[in-house]
Each structure stands twice: as structure tokens, then as C-alpha cells.
Ligand binder design. Structure first.
Ligand code: CAA
Length: 261
């Protein structure tokens, strides 16, 4: 899909950083089928584009990152329709993107919005961010990974309070609980996200991809297996030209010339 064909998102690429902006401000960037389809399509295009080295996902406007899956679109769905269309499943493909993803969250990140933010590798929160999983108040449960990723991020006690009790987390609470990596003033959110993406973009892409893969694997494997996996990936880095150059540059007190090889 060409960049200008998207209807519900804006995309741009600058300085090796791809940015995907959810853009349905009148609906607080609620995730309807089209948004989910386009976010994943754009991320997959950027993942395949050598000009992009890190991807930022954010929301248009100060009020919401995304206020959840689109309730109006879902309200009349039958079980059969949800089952056959695999409601929400496509968004999960974001987890397969190899390049690092950063969620830059300002305002509401509720329901599917919180789940989308958690799908990213790193979550940076503006001091205006509000996180929550209010699905049970609508007679459903989180369906885009909320019951699984939130508990891994913040532990059972907080996750249960949020998922069952409708508790909302402020940006500061989200940072304390381990959901957000950092809280920044809202006006500086995108600059901070870009600075972080820029630091990632400057490093060796294969090393970054290996590091991301290893960290994500830690969520799914026993420690001993994860450590064995990490060692193999670590050793394989010594086949990279970037390792030779990176270490030589350090020793020679100069900047490395990264070649992604
Ligand atoms: N879906 C569809 N439309 C939504 C929406 C959503 N999730 N959230 C907000 N909107 C729409 C509102 O309907 C409203 O549209 P209209 O002007 O046409 O009425 C517009 O966005 C502005 O919203 P509000 O008037 O409600 O704004 P507010 O400032 O009073 O409240 C809010 C903001 C607290 C975020 C409130 O909008 C809200 O509670 N939204 C729903 C949050 C929610 O329950 N999310 C979970 C969805 S279910 C889900 O995500 C399931 C899943 O895991 C996959």
C-alpha cells in the first residue's frame, strides 16, 4: 500500500525513523478494522524498507493515543462474525516486526489502545497518558493481548486491579509499575521518542534485531533456555563486520562506520 493510500493513519520517514500516527481524532483514534489493518500494513512496509531503522507509533492529537477498539463497529457483532473475521488478530502481527518499535503515548491509552502500546518494544509516556483496560464494563475482555502483556509488564496484582477493577494508571504509575520506560512532558514526547529512535538507528541493525529478539524471548522461555539462546546469538555477533568495526572504532577512539553486515 502506498503511503498516501492510508485513510486512518499518517506515515512519514525521516532520518531513518518511520512514524505511524493513528489519525481518527474525532473518535479518539479508536481502533476500527481499517486502523488495525493500516497500522500493521505500514509497519510491515517499514520493516521491509532498508531506509527505516526504528518505528514510532503514536496518536494524533493531545487527547488520545487510542481510546480502544472501536466500540461502535463492534457493538452488533455476533460470536460467529468475531470468530470468522478473527477480530483483532491482525494487530498482533505487529509483534512480528523485526525492527524496534516505540509507542509514544499521550492522553488515553485504553482497551485496545493500551494493548497497542504494549505491543511496542518500548513505551514512552507523556505526563498526560492514562492507561486502562475497561473492557469488562462493556461486557467483554481485553482481546488484543491485554490480559497477557499487562500481567507480564506490571505483575498480577496491578494487572488484576486494572483488568477486573477498571483502575486507570497515570503515566507516573505506569512508569513505576514497569509499563512505561519513561515519562516525559507532553510537549517533549515526540522529540524524546525521536531521540531514542535515533540512538537505536545509529547502532548495527543486525545487533539491534538480535538484542530485541533475545529480550522478547525472555518472556516466553525458561531462564536456562533463554540464556543458552542469548549465548548463541551473542557468539554469532562475532560473524558481523559491525562487531569488528565497532570494537576497532572504540579502541581507536573514533566513531564506528556501521554497515549492517
Ligand atoms: N470506540 C468508538 N468511539 C469512541 C471510542 C471507542 N473506543 N472512544 C471514544 N469514542 C468516540 C466517542 O463515541 C465520541 O464520539 P461522538 O462525538 O461521535 O459521540 C468521541 O470519541 C469522543 O469521546 P467522548 O465524548 O466519550 O470523550 P470524553 O472526553 O468524554 O471521554 C474517554 C474520553 C474516557 C476515553 C471515553 O471516550 C471512553 O471511555 N471511551 C471508551 C474507552 C473504552 O472503553 N475502551 C475499550 C474499548 S473495547 C476494546 O478495546 C476491546 C479490546 O481489547 C480489543
Amino acid at each position: 500500500m502506498a503511503h498516501d493510500e492510508y485513510e486512518t493513519i499518517k506515515v512519514s520517514t525521516e532520518d531513518a525513523i518511520g512514524t505511524i500516527t493513528l489519525s481518527r481524532p474525532k473518535a479518539l483514534n479508536a481502533l476500527n478494522d481499517k486502523v488495525m489493518e493500516e497500522v500493521v500494513a505500514a509497519a510491515e512496509v517499514m520493516d521491509a524498507d532498508p531506509a527505516v531503522r526504528a518505528i514510532i507509533i503514536t496518536g494524533d492529537g493531545p487527547k488520545a493515543f487510542a481510546a480502544g477498539a472501536d466500540i461502535k463497529e463492534m457493538s452488533t457483532l455476533t460470536y460467529s462474525e468475531a470468530f470468522h473475521k478473527q477480530l483483532g488478530a491482525r494487530l498482533g502481527r505487529l509483534a512480528d516486526v523485526r525492527k524496534p518499535t516505540i509507542a509514544a503515548v499521550a492522553g488515553y491509552a485504553l482497551g485496545g489502545g493500551c494493548e497497542l502500546a504494549m505491543l511496542a518494544d518500548i513505551l514512552i509516556a507523556a505526563d498526560t497518558a492514562v492507561f486502562g483496560q475497561p473492557e469488562v464494563t462493556l461486557g467483554v475482555i481485553p482481546g488484543l493481548g491485554g490480559t497477557q502483556r499487562l500481567v507480564r509488564a506490571v505483575g498480577k496484582a496491578k494487572a488484576m486491579e486494572v483488568v477486573l477493577g477498571g483502575a486507570r494508571l497515570t503515566a507516573e504509575q505506569a512508569e513505576r509499575a514497569g509499563l512505561a520506560a519513561r515519562v516525559v512532558p507532553a510537549a517533549e514526547l515526540m522529540a524524546e521518542a525521536r531521540a531514542l529512535a535515533g540512538r537505536i538507528a545509529a547502532a548495527s541493525a543486525p545487533a539491534v534485531a538480535k538484542a530485541k529478539d533475545c529480550v522478547l524471548r525472555a518472556l516466553e522461555t525458561p531462564l536456562a533456555e533463554g540464556l543458552r539462546y542469548e549465548q548463541r546469538e551473542f557468539w554469532s555477533c562475532f560473524a558481523l563486520q559491525d562487531q569488528k568495526e565497532g570494537m576497532a572504532a572504540f579502541i581507536e577512539k573514533r566513531k564506528p562506520v556501521i554497515q549492517d553486515k
